[in-house]
Design a binder for this molecule. Structure first.
Ligand code: AMP
Ligand code: ZN
Length: 499
C-alpha cells in the first residue's frame, strides 16, 4: 500500500468552500499549477508565503508517493496595473524607470526570484513556463474563444464577453461574486469604450508601436491578457482538466475566475478540480504589498535593514514562522512573532542535528505501551499533513518528538523496539527536511565564542603567572591551529583575531 493510500489527503476546495477527499484524475500522477511571480520587481515576504505554501503541497504529495508535475509560471508579459486588463504594463513601466530593456527587467527579477527561492528552500517546479515563451499557444486560445462566440474584437483588442458566456455557463462561482453586484460596482461605460460591459476583460490587448514588448497576431500587434497565460500554459502542460490549481487569495478574483471562464469558453470544460488559495501575510492587519509600503524584501529580513524590523532573522526561522500557521489563515507579521519563531526553530533544528547522530541503544525489555505512543506520533505527522496540509499541527507533533530526542541525546535510554526508533528517526528527519523544507542552520553564536576565548585567555594568563610556560604555549598553539591568533597587549592584556 502506498503512503497516499494509507493516509488519504483531503483539500479545502475553494470551489465548494469544503474540505473534500483528494481524488486525482490519474493516480499516481498529480497535476499541480500555481501562479508564479510577475517579474517586474523583487518578490516580498507576502509573495513568499504563497510560494512556500505550494512548495509544501508539492513536497508532501511527492513524499507520500504521488508523481507530481508541478507547473509554476513566470509572468513576463501582459500584466497591466489594473487586473481587468487596463492601465500601464508593469514590465514596460519598470523598464522605463530603470532604463533597461523589458527583457533585462525580466531576466534581473527572474534571477533574483530564483536566488530567493534557493535561500528559502523553495524547490524549483517541474516546469517553469513563461508568458513570452507561449505567445503562440495564447493566440490559439484567443482564436478558439472567438470561434465559440465568447469574445469580440474591438480596435485590435479582443475582449471576453462575460454576458454571452453567462447565457450558457456560470461566472463568479469561485469567488462567490454576483455578476449584478459586479456591474453595480463598476463605472458606466461611455460610448468610446472598447468593451461592451465593464466586467469584460482583455484576452488580447492592442499596444502602440512605442510599446517594446509586442507580438503580431491576427488582430494586429499586441500583448496577451494576463489571465490568459495561466489558462494556456496550464492546459498545455497539465491538460484541459487537471488536479490542483493554487495561488494567493487575492488572485481568486478576477484572475482565477477569468481563467475558468477562458478555459470553459475555449474547450467547454472547467479546467481545475481542486482550487487552493493561500491566505495573505499581513502587517498590523493590512495585506503586505509593495504599493502600501509595508512590505519587506527577503534581503532586508536577513540584514534587519528595514524600519519595521528590530533585528535580522534567518531564512529558516522565517520559513518556520510561515509554516506555524495553516496556509488558509491570515498570518500577521510582527517582531515578537518572528523572535518566538526563531527560538522554536532553533529547538527543532538542534533536535534534527542530534537525531541524525543518534543510533539505537536498546534498553531492557521492550515497553509496548511506549512503542505504541511513539508510533502514534509518527502516524500523527502523516494524518496532520494529509488533513489539508496542516503544517501548524505537524510542527506541534515534531515538537513532541523533540522532547524524546532530547532525552536520548542526554543519554536516557528508552525501551522501545529498534524498528520504531528507526522509523521515528526517519520520520522526524524527512518531515523536517523533505516535507517542510526546514534545514539545519549553522549557529554562529559569536557571544558564546567570545566568552569561551576569554576564559582561555584568562587561563593562559594564570599559567604564565605560575611560570607554567608549557601550558600557556599549548593554549596559544592549540588556538592558533584553529585559526585563532592571540595577541599580547602592552598592559598584559590580550586580544585575538580569527582568520
Ligand atoms: P504577483 O507577483 O503580484 O502576481 O504575486 C505572486 C503571488 O504572491 C500571488 O500568488 C499572490 O496572490 C501572492 N501574494 C501577493 N501578496 C501577498 C501577501 N501579502 N500575502 C500572501 N501572498 C501574497
Ligand atoms: Zn495565474
Amino acid at each position: 500500500m502506498t503512503l497516499y493510500e494509507q493516509h488519504p489527503v483531503s483539500i479545502t476546495n475553494s470551489l465548494s468552500g469544503k474540505k473534500e477527499p483528494f481524488v486525482p484524475l490519474n493516480p499516481p500522477f498529480v497535476g499541480l499549477y500555481s501562479c508564479g511571480p510577475t517579474v517586474y520587481n523583487e518578490v516580498h515576504l507576502g509573495n513568499l508565503r504563497t510560494f512556500t505554501a505550494f512548495d509544501v503541497v508539492y513536497r508532501y504529495l511527492t513524499h507520500i508517493g504521488y508523481r507530481v508535475r508541478y507547473v509554476r509560471n513566470i509572468t513576463d508579459a501582459g500584466h497591466l496595473t489594473n487586473d481587468a486588463g487596463e492601465g500601464v504594463d508593469r514590465i514596460e513601466e519598470s523598464a522605463k524607470l530603470e532604463q533597461l530593456e523589458p527583457m533585462e527587467v525580466v531576466q534581473k527579477y527572474t534571477t533574483s526570484f530564483h536566488e530567493v527561492c534557493r535561500i528559502f528552500n523553495i524547490l524549483p517546479p517541474s516546469i517553469e513556463p513563461t508568458a513570452t515563451g507561449h505567445i503562440v499557444e495564447q493566440i490559439e486560445m484567443v482564436k478558439k474563444i472567438l470561434d465559440n462566440g465568447y469574445a469580440y474584437e474591438t480596435n485590435g483588442s479582443v475582449y471576453f464577453d462575460v454576458r454571452r458566456f453567462m447565457e450558457k455557463y456560470k461566472y463568479g462561482e469561485l469567488s462567490g461574486r454576483n455578476i449584478d453586484d459586479l456591474l453595480e460596482g463598476t463605472r458606466e461605460l461611455d460610448r468610446q469604450d472598447e468593451k461592451r460591459n465593464s466586467v469584460d476583460f482583455a484576452i488580447w490587448k492592442a499596444v502602440s508601436p512605442n510599446h517594446i514588448q509586442r507580438w503580431p497576431s491576427p488582430w494586429g500587434e499586441g500583448i496577451p491578457g494576463w489571465h490568459l497565460e495561466c489558462s494556456a500554459m496550464g492546459t498545455k502542460y497539465l491538460g484541459k482538466t487537471f488536479d490542483i490549481h493554487g495561488g494567493g487569495m487575492d488572485l481568486k478574483f478576477p484572475h482565477h475566475e477569468c481563467e475558468i471562464a477562458q478555459n470553459v469558453g475555449a474547450y467547454g470544460v472547467t479546467p481545475v478540480r481542486y482550487w487552493m488559495h493561500a491566505n495573505m501575510l499581513t502587517v498590523n492587519g493590512e495585506k503586505m504589498s509593495k504599493s502600501k509600503g509595508n512590505s519587506f524584501l527577503p534581503k532586508e529580513l536577513f540584514t534587519g535593514a528595514h524600519p519595521l524590523l528590530e533585528k535580522a532573522y534567518s531564512p529558516m526561522a522565517v520559513r518556520f514562522f510561515m509554516l506555524q500557521s495553516h496556509y488558509s489563515s491570515t498570518l500577521d507579521f510582527s517582531n515578537e512573532a518572528l523572535s518566538a519563531a526563531e527560538k522554536g526553530f532553533k529547538k527543532l533544528s538542534n533536535a534534527l542535528g542530534a537525531i541524525k547522530k543518534l543510533d539505537f541503544i536498546p534498553l531492557g525489555a521492550e515497553d509496548h505501551e511506549l512503542t505504541k505512543e511513539l508510533e502514534k506520533l509518527i502516524t500523527a505527522c502523516y494524518t496532520n499533513m494529509s488533513d489539508d496540509f496542516n503544517t501548524a499541527k505537524t510542527l506541534a507533533v515534531l515538537f513532541e518528538m523533540t522532547s524524546w530526542i532530547n532525552d536520548w541525546k542526554a543519554g536516557k535510554g528508552t525501551a522501545i523496539a529498534s524498528e520504531t526508533f528507526e522509523r521515528f528517526k526517519q520520520t522526524f528527519i524527512s518531515f523536517m527536511e523533505d516535507v517542510l523544507g526546514l534545514r539545519e542552520e549553522e549557529e554562529h553564536n559569536q557571544e558564546m565564542i567570545d566568552g569561551i576565548i576569554q576564559v582561555l585567555i584568562e587561563l593562559r594568563k594564570q599559567a604564565r603567572t605560575n611560570k607554567n610556560y608549557a601550558l600557556s604555549d599549548k593554549i596559544r598553539d592549540d588556538l592558533k591551529a584553529l585559526g585563532i591568533q592571540l595577541m599580547d597587549g602592552k598592559a598584559g592584556d590580550m586580544s585575538y583575531t580569527i582568520d
